[in-house]
Design a protein around this ligand. Structure first.
Ligand SMILES: Cc1ncc(COP(=O)(O)O)c(C=O)c1O
Length: 400
């Protein structure tokens, strides 16, 4: 991608836009799944819609016969519009509305219950028709934190649910799920131990699926890997620990449940870039500041403070000063800094391309100050607009 290519895109789509590479998303999905399948054939991906629910991406998940992992009615509706059958939609999330749970139970959506109150909804649903459920499991994975997701598998309520289900003809326990956000490989080994322990407790209950949630690292440029306090594993590293160990365990017990993983970031993060333009430069008491047309809210605000990999494309007819530049976003938030201390030349008209913004960038963008910018796929000859620029009506339509 050259400066002039971005200039051309700017003329049509504005000074900031996302670039999406859907081919890379498909490749990542297949590669990660194949890595797991090498160790345990009956593995599939339930793609975490929330991480990046761009329909053009979710359609690829369906085309590749992977599943949808959703956490809200909105995401469920999207999965249905794309054509996922109900039994290929996994419904997690800590907030499930009762009327929706009852409806989903009737439809055979794979619900993983998170707490006692959801279990009570299931009991109500089972009065109407036979229902199948999974349980979200919470145990210590040795990360020094107490996760908020799922049932404490050493707690009273977990055992009460298991006992309760045994006594209910209309309820079948068909799955177990766990999710922890830690991406460290060692902690995956502890997840495996934890899930095996739960399966031992369940004995010969016939389970259809065991899901290991999300939280895997994707592919990161070498320099960027150093920003993390732990080594960045590959898909194969994760597969060896999760599918390798679970595969052996299943074989010992002579069972073959489906093994699921729910990656978001691991397969979508590196498939999107964010392009932003330098619109002003200034110096304030020795601090060099470049004002950009984008914001840290375009590139995942929860990773504020972390310098992402960037490429600067210099305006050919001007030369900027070499400084340690802070790249400031368009919002009025003092710490809306998209990149800290970039050492190099910058001047008005330069483009800064932020890489690895495919996870939680698009979906976390608030309607604060400006609507969101377009998403373009430029991997083919023709530019394809995957999402147009948002307009006044997109933000204010619900008020009028
Ligand atoms: C239940 C569940 N599955 C999958 C994911 C995806 O995680 P990641 O994008 O880190 O892969 C999340 C993220 O919060 C989650 O809560």
């Amino acid at each position: 991608m050259e400066y002039d290519d971005l200039l051309k895109l700017e003329k049509e789509y504005g000074e900031s836009f996302y670039l999406s590479d859907r081919g890379l998303f498909r490749k990542n999905l297949i590669e990660m799944r194949d890595a797991f399948r090498k160790y345990y054939e009956k593995t599939n991906i339930a793609y975490s819609f929330k991480t990046n629910y761009m329909p053009a991406i979710c359609e690829i998940v369906r085309e590749e016969a992977a599943y949808a992992e959703v956490v809200s009615e909105m995401e469920y509706e999207l999965a249905k519009r794309i054509g996922f059958p109900d039994n290929e939609i996994y419904y997690n999330g800590p907030y499930k509305k009762k009327h929706f749970v009852l409806d989903m139970l009737k439809h055979g959506v794979r619900i993983n219950i998170d707490n006692w109150q959801e279990y009570e909804m299931v009991l109500e649903g089972a009065k109407v028709c036979p229902v199948q459920i999974g349980i979200r499991c919470n145990f210590d994975i040795g990360n020094g934190k107490i996760s908020r997701f799922g049932f404490d598998v050493d707690g009273k309520e977990f055992y009460q649910v298991l006992e309760g289900i045994k006594g209910q003809e209309n309820i079948s326990l068909i799955g177990l799920q766990c999710h922890f956000p830690d991406r460290d490989l060692n902690l995956y080994a502890n997840r495996v131990k934890g899930m095996k322990r739960v399966m031992d407790v369940l004995g010969d209950v016939e389970l259809g699926y065991i899901s290991f949630g999300g939280g895997y690292f994707g592919k990161l440029p070498e320099g960027f890997q150093k920003s993390f306090s732990v080594p960045v594993p590959t898909y194969v590293d994760y597969a060896k620990v999760v599918a390798g160990e679970m595969g052996e365990y299943f074989a010992q017990r002579n069972i073959q449940p489906e093994l699921l993983i729910e990656p978001g970031s691991a397969i979508v993060a590196d498939t999107m870039d964010f392009v932003s333009k330098v619109i002003a430069v200034k110096e304030v008491r020795g601090r060099a500041i470049a004002a950009l047309s984008g914001s840290c809210y375009n590139i995942n605000p929860s990773a504020k403070g972390m310098n992402r990999p960037i490429t600067v494309l210099h305006c050919p007819d001007r030369e900027g000063d070499v400084r340690d530049w802070d790249m400031a976003g368009y919002t009025c938030i003092e710490d809306d800094i998209m990149h800290h201390g970039y050492r190099g030349a910058l001047c008005v008209g330069d483009y800064v391309v932020f890489h690895n913004v495919g996870s939680y960038g698009l979906v976390f963008k608030p309607p604060f100050i400006l609507p969101n910018v377009p998403v373009l796929d430029i991997s083919k000859e023709q530019v394809e607009v995957l999402r147009r620029e948002e307009e006044f009506q997109d933000i204010f339509g619900a008020f009028f």
